[in-house]
Write a protein that binds this ligand. Structure first.
Ligand SMILES: Nc1nc2c(ncn2[C@@H]2O[C@H](COP(=O)(O)O[C@H]3[C@@H](O)[C@H](n4cnc5c(=O)[nH]c(N)nc54)O[C@@H]3COP(=O)(O)O)[C@@H](O)[C@H]2O)c(=O)[nH]1
Length: 718
């Protein structure tokens, strides 16, 4: 490329100069008439030589072949090439023009041909050593006898200027194309210039802003002191950055991140301020959404546990300062699980949403209704006058929650149990108040549900005892402290044992042998009844199978409490136990109380039919104490009624009990159900039952419940 250029513009034959290549050729300059830019220099003369060598301007001269004839000290300095290394070399060997070679060549060609000087021009030059610089170049031909003899070039280094221009261009690009709003202000905080991003961000036009005071952009979210502090900071330290509210042209405030810098002029003088503005509305909105989600319950939109704790803490601090009172109401819906189990979670969710709406209507705007999870809600009442006021609100809540619900065609009712603790009487801190309200709620449940209970310290004592019992029950299960006692069920006519009822016993390490009355309720409350019940079922069936193997087959009765009966996998469990133990299903009798059947209505019937289909025998336990209607019994696939022992116990003294037993027996006969009387302790009781046609009896008159090995050797049926 360079050699091509060399041939084209400096002549193909590089003939040596007459006086040798390294000497400076004698030249005369002839100015064409009317030429304004040409010059005549006698390069041989001392004047020209002096100019050439002392000039601050880099001066080079080349002949027709492009060979360098002149290279002054300034050129050597500018290009970093010594005079001795330049003279006699081809110009293109030392200097090349970046991207403008063709233009440079054209200028040279014109000059050689026209003998006219070229217009001064900026060139970017790279030297043989790799140095890159910008020069402002004036090129002119030197004539001899009317012929161009040499071309001279005067170069001034403009690299710094070019770089500054470039930087300025870049800054302008950044200013205009930045996504962040940029404002340039003068020393009096008057707007000098704004970029497009800022006008787009605020809705102000450039005309509206230019010349306006910075206060035009202030939002009412901040007072004057806020802006004064920023001005002070920028004046003192040259910089401030932080979040502030800006103002759009329509008056709307928007959150922004601002970075303000002072641009110094002379000593201590600030000439301008530059403000970079970033609209953070979207980020703030996203943060707000995340914060809201983290503090609210998704299902009901109520404050969740986290937000409640936060508000409770603040309310306690305020009550402490003002010597005020506040109340914490712990709510738990009664038997909400039944709704989920029978109608599905979808309906359960809708019910919770409606309850939440009703709760909000029962309290004032500054109170908090929160959902803790599941069917638990906590209401915080602040600025309370006294317990009467709280009791009134609690009663309202009970009433409102118990009103009928219509959800997707289902008519539902639900009640609530509420425990209440008060600051400062029932706790000084949040955890104590929540704990005590929970304890009181638990007592509300125990005392029949659909009620509220204020906390009292006795509750805590009972709660501790309950928790201790629950812990011990867990240990009992792990350490096999349970065993089964069996009580025979005797056919009255033949006197034979036709089966036994398996009754749970706990060999407590300290308290000795405990009957279910001591622990059953706690086991049900904490859910341990399920693993315990599984163990009972497994153990009783294994024992019955063992009697079968010994040639004395006997029916075994196993009690199922409500929670056990409602287990989703009950059928599967029973099928599996029968399979594992090898007990035929007709030897297993499941005892279910009337209340279980009535409470779980449709679902219970389905389960009972499935159990019957499996071949298992079903008995209604404690019959007469519940509310089962005759109609209900008619549709219930049960085999046996167990007359509750309370009727048997007072047979001799209470004519009513005798009448009840008679009625049960008549009814059972017509429904073709077997009847067994429980709690028979005397011969008189037995004789009465025999006289009334009762099928079977069970009770201490025969024997108390005993371990399998101690069962009396009565004749047994097969
Ligand atoms: N879910 C489960 N419940 C169970 C289980 N084991 C027992 N239970 C239930 O606990 C209740 C109390 O049982 P328990 O203390 O064992 O009392 C039973 C008998 O000991 C008692 N009984 C029997 N005959 C007499 C008598 O002549 N006099 C008298 N005072 N008491 C007597 O009656 C209870 C039998 O109750 P029932 O089940 O109604 O037939 C009790 O409700 C059990 O159901 C278990 O494993 N799981």
């Amino acid at each position: 490329m360079e050699s091509l250029m060399r041939d084209k513009f400096f002549g193909r034959k590089a003939a040596p100069a007459a006086d040798g290549l390294r000497s400076i050729a004698p030249l005369d300059r002839e100015m064409p008439a009317g030429d304004s830019g040409g010059m005549a220099i006698d390069v041989r003369g001392p004047f020209a030589e002096a100019i050439e060598q002392t000039s601050m301007v880099a001066l080079q001269g080349v002949d027709r072949d492009g060979i360098i004839c002149t290279w002054n000290d300034a050129s050597a300095k500018l290009y970093g090439i010594a005079r001795a290394d330049a003279i006699g070399r081809h110009f293109c060997d030392l200097l090349t023009f970046r991207g403008t070679t063709a233009a440079f060549d054209a200028v040279l060609t014109t000059m050689w041909e026209s003998g006219q000087p070229a217009l001064p021009c900026d060139w970017q030059v790279s030297t043989v050593s790799g140095k890159l610089l910008w020069v402002y170049s004036t090129m002119f031909p030197v004539l001899e006898h009317g012929q161009t003899r040499q071309v001279f070039c005067m170069d001034i280094d403009i690299t710094d200027r070019k770089q500054a221009e470039q930087a300025l261009r870049l800054s302008a690009q950044v200013f205009e194309n930045s996504h962040e709003g940029i404002i340039i202000l003068d020393a009096q905080w008057r707007i000098v210039s704004v970029n497009a991003a800022f006008t787009a961000m605020t809705g102000f036009s450039e005309q509206q802003l230019t010349g306006a005071k910075e206060s035009l952009l202030r939002s009412e979210e901040h007072d004057a002191a806020f802006y004064d502090a920023i001005h002070d900071e920028v004046s003192r330290n040259g910089h401030w950055q932080g979040e502030l509210w800006g103002r759009r042209s329509n008056g709307e405030a928007f959150p922004a991140w601002a970075s303000i810098s002072a641009v110094p002029g002379g000593v201590r003088d600030i000439v301008n301020f530059i403000v970079i503005f970033c609209d953070i509305s979207d980020r703030k909105a996203a943060e707000e959404r995340v914060r809201h989600l983290s503090e609210h319950d998704i299902l009901t939109g109520l404050p969740n546990r986290i937000l409640l704790r936060d508000r409770l803490q603040q309310a306690i601090a305020a009550a402490r300062r003002n010597r005020g009172k506040l109340a914490v109401l712990f709510l738990d819906l009664d038997r909400f699980k039944n709704v989920n189990d029978s109608l599905g979670h979808h309906i359960g969710d809708k019910l919770l949403q409606t309850v939440a709406e009703r709760l909000k209507k029962c309290v004032r705007g500054n109170d908090t209704v929160s959902r803790q999870g599941g069917d638990e809600f906590v209401v915080m009442l602040t600025e309370i006058g006294g317990v009467e006021q709280v009791a009134h609100i609690a009663a309202n809540i009970l009433h409102s929650a118990s009103m009928a619900y219509q959800i997707e065609g289902h008519a539902l009712t639900i009640t609530t149990s509420i425990g209440i603790s008060m600051y400062p009487d029932d706790g000084q801190d949040m955890d104590a108040l929540l704990r005590n309200a929970d304890t009181a709620m638990y007592h509300a449940k125990e005392s029949g549900r659909n009620s509220y209970q204020f906390f009292n310290p006795d509750m805590n004592v009972r709660m501790v005892a309950r928790l201790t019992l629950e812990r011990q029950l867990k240990t009992a299960l792990e350490q096999e402290q349970f065993f089964l006692a069996y009580q025979p069920e005797i056919d009255i006519a033949s006197g034979r044992i036709i089966g036994v009822e398996a009754l749970l016993r706990w060999q407590h390490p300290d308290a000795g042998m405990l009957t279910p009355g001591h622990f059953l309720e706690a086991a049900e409350a904490c859910g341990l009844i399920l693993p315990i019940g599984d163990w009972v079922l497994q153990t009783a069936c294994r024992q019955a199978r063992s009697w079968h193997d010994q040639g004395t087959p006997m029916m075994v009765g196993v009690n199922l409490s409500a929670i056990q009966f409602r287990q989703k996998d009950l059928l599967q469990k029973i099928r599996e136990v029968l399979r594992q133990t090898g007990l035929a299903p007709q030897y297993l009798e499941l005892e279910i109380t009337e209340s279980v059947l009535v409470d779980s209505a449709g679902a219970a019937l389905e389960t009972m039919h499935a159990l019957r289909a499996m071949g298992v025998v079903l008995a209604v336990d404690d019959f007469g104490t519940g509310y089962s209607s005759l109609n209900f019994l008619k549709h219930c696939p049960v085999d046996k009624l167990k007359i509750d022992q309370s009727f048997v116990r007072h047979l001799s003294g209470d004519a009513n009990d005798a009448a009840i037993i008679r009625a049960i027996l008549i009814m059972a006969k017509s429904l073709k159900l077997k009847v067994i009387a429980e709690g028979v302790e005397t011969n008189d009781q037995l004789e009465f039952l025999r006289s009334q046609g009762c099928d079977e009896f069970q009770g201490n008159y025969c024997t108390q419940p005993v371990p399998a090995s101690e069962l009396p050797q009565f004749p047994r049926t097969n």
